[in-house]
Design a protein around this ligand. Structure first.
Ligand code: PGA
Length: 256
């Protein structure tokens, strides 16, 4: 029996205009159950729509990125204060698409994590290795670099409510997931590393997600694993029907 509450998180990436998101909200009828938390990380332009549609519900919404300063001359960026006011409970930090396409360094991602935390939102720190790193046997080395940068930046603070999403880069949008047993091994590695840094209590509370080609047909295989506390879902989260199926699977006790 897991002590940590399962988190089913959708990441819409750069999809769904305001109109399209309204359509999604109309067609999505899930009422979250106590077994699993439900979250959508939306484009900035959809946050106000979510706030309107979901304020009276238990569905959480969040952002996909943040700039680690409260305000100032940072053209095109968005501050944690703005996200907080838009009702975001979570912020994705360091998604591999931002690391790879926009060149975000481990240190910069770590600043985003700290800033999110300091503003009372929950960071979802994304970590993961490329196909080359994996074939060289460097998965743990790469994850250690990503995590150590966050440990350094956090200083004396720890992320007791934090979320770490293990997303092997080769599994994102590819239709090929990691093997659930391999993802479990990596999740355990992450938890042990968190324990060494922040102690047992934090390690037992931190939620570790798996992300990469999750859909309704495979989600249960991951949620059954001891150290996997939820999933981060890209493509499949764009469909209200598929997201409903995934959420329902997460709430079926026998399958977990
Ligand atoms: P995917 O994306 O589910 O489309 O593979 C996951 C992610 O990038 O968070």
């Amino acid at each position: 029996m897991k002590v940590r509450k399962i988190l089913i998180a959708g990441n819409w990436k750069m999809n769904h205009t305001e109109q399209e998101s309204q359509d999604f909200f109309r067609r999505f009828h899930v009422i979250p159950a106590p077994e699993a938390e439900l979250l959508f990380c939306l484009p900035f332009t959809d946050l106000a729509v979510a706030q309107k549609a979901w304020t009276e519900t238990d569905i959480a919404w969040g952002a996909q990125n943040v700039f680690p300063e409260d305000k100032g001359a940072f053209t095109g960026e968005i501050s944690p204060l703005m996200l907080k006011e838009a009702g975001c409970r979570y912020v994705i930090c360091g998604h591999s698409e931002r690391r790879q396409i926009l060149g975000e360094s481990d240190e910069f991602v770590a600043r985003k994590v700290k800033s999110t935390y300091l503003h009372g939102m929950i960071p979802i720190l994304c970590v993961g290795e490329t196909a080359e790193e994996r074939s060289r046997g460097d998965t743990e080395k790469r994850l250690s670099e990503e995590l150590d940068a966050v440990f350094t930046e956090m200083g004396a603070d720890s992320l007791i409510e934090g979320v770490i999403a293990y997303e092997p880069i080769w599994a994102i949008g590819s239709g090929v997931t990691a093997k659930p047993e391999d993802a479990e091994k990596v999740a355990l590695f992450i938890r042990q590393k968190v324990e060494r840094q922040w102690g047992k209590n934090v390690a037992e509370n931190v939620r570790i997600l798996y992300g990469g080609s999750i859909k309704a047909d495979n989600v249960s295989l991951f949620l059954q694993k001891e150290n996997i506390d939820g999933v981060l879902i890209g493509g499949a989260s764009l469909s209200p029907d598929e997201m409903t199926r995934i959420y329902k699977k997460a709430c079926i006790k026998e399958e977990i």
